[in-house]
Design a protein. Sequence first.
Length: 463
Amino acid sequence: MSLELEEINLQEQFLEAIATHDKIVIKDFLDNQNISDVADLINKNPDDEATIIANMAIHRAAKVFKILDLTTQKQIIKQLPDNKTAELLNELPADDRTDFLEELPKTVIRDLIKLLDADERKITLSLLGYPEDSVGRLMTPDYVYVYSQNTVEEVLQTIRKFAKNSETIDVIYIINEQGELIDDIRIRDIILASPDKKVGELIDGRVVALHIYDDQEHASQIFKMNNRVALPVIDDSNKLLGIVTIDDMLWVANEEFSEDMQKMGGTEALNEPYLDIPLLKLFRKRIVWLVVLFLGELLTASVMIHFESEIAKAVFLATFIPLIISSGGNSGSQASTLIIQALAVGEIKLSHWWKVMRREIISGFLLGTVLGIIGFLRIIVWHHIFPDVYGEHFLLVGVVVWCSLIGVVLWGTLTGSMLPLILKRLGADPAVSSAPFVATLVDVTGLIIYFEVSYLFLKGLVL
């Protein structure tokens, strides 16, 4: 059976179960489906989303809830009665609960926290107390820890006793009596060791840990470089506070990617699904950058006025303005996009600035030369078709366009590549140096380069 037919069949079975209005039938049906299939049912049946969550075993409902998008989660919480909301929130892992709550208005957070059990409330308030984009917001306090003096058999007993509430048991953490992190051991090494072997004999000292105030994007890079499914989180005194798991990092990577894409498009990060963000808020997110870019383009008009007399003497110079500035803007946009992406995935660092500049100087020169040759040939061909357009100095006009394109494209690649690195060095988000911003900046400077080159070659002849 094809995937599409399976989905149709599942939908029909769900509608039949709902039509019975029998909670036992509905619960049995939902509890026998894959978590991802139940999430699909919620997305396809928005009128029944709260009914689906309310009629599942609570541990399964929590697993479904955590993979839904934020808008759907909000709708479900609005529709659930307080007792079901309390069950659901208490069942959610601490990190997933914090991730959901931090997206809500403060008044709503306050009301929902009141529904939590005392212990869960304390944990949630603690996590919400960390900075918004810090590792502390992603951390879960549910993990298995042992001591170096424990035997492997004692570790296995500890796992059987406490691992039920742990988010992962792929890694076991070793601490001392003061709660300080000593090392971590993969469960594979525990299983393969003899029962009477001491944990201290399995320690290799290669533990990798995150700091509670580390940036989430930095944590994502640590996961990538160390190929881990979970990493411990410590404070300044090396106390083990919790762990961060790979599923949280996948969400972070997705959010960072979406945010960078929006900023690179010349808008502020939306932080909400496009169709759910209020129109006035969407307007505010977009208008700021549009005004900044518009003011930048006004400088282009100022440059045109400054060189008005030159344009009046050689009107044909104006015909190449779109060609020159668009080439510079495009090359700058290319460079900024490549560098922002490379910074985001950790391919380059600030210390690589000279390597980047050197590569972009060579690239800009080569790119400008190729475009310049095309522009030069275009003028030669056009002169033979329309001899009066460029006059007797058509070859010099071709050289002007050629050299201008080399200069503007070279300047564009340098600007586009260096600006993200400069912003990163200043502590700002490199994605702010978006393609539209770089293009606008290069437009203004590109005109200056073009007219200065024109004046250099055509002075006393045409100008």
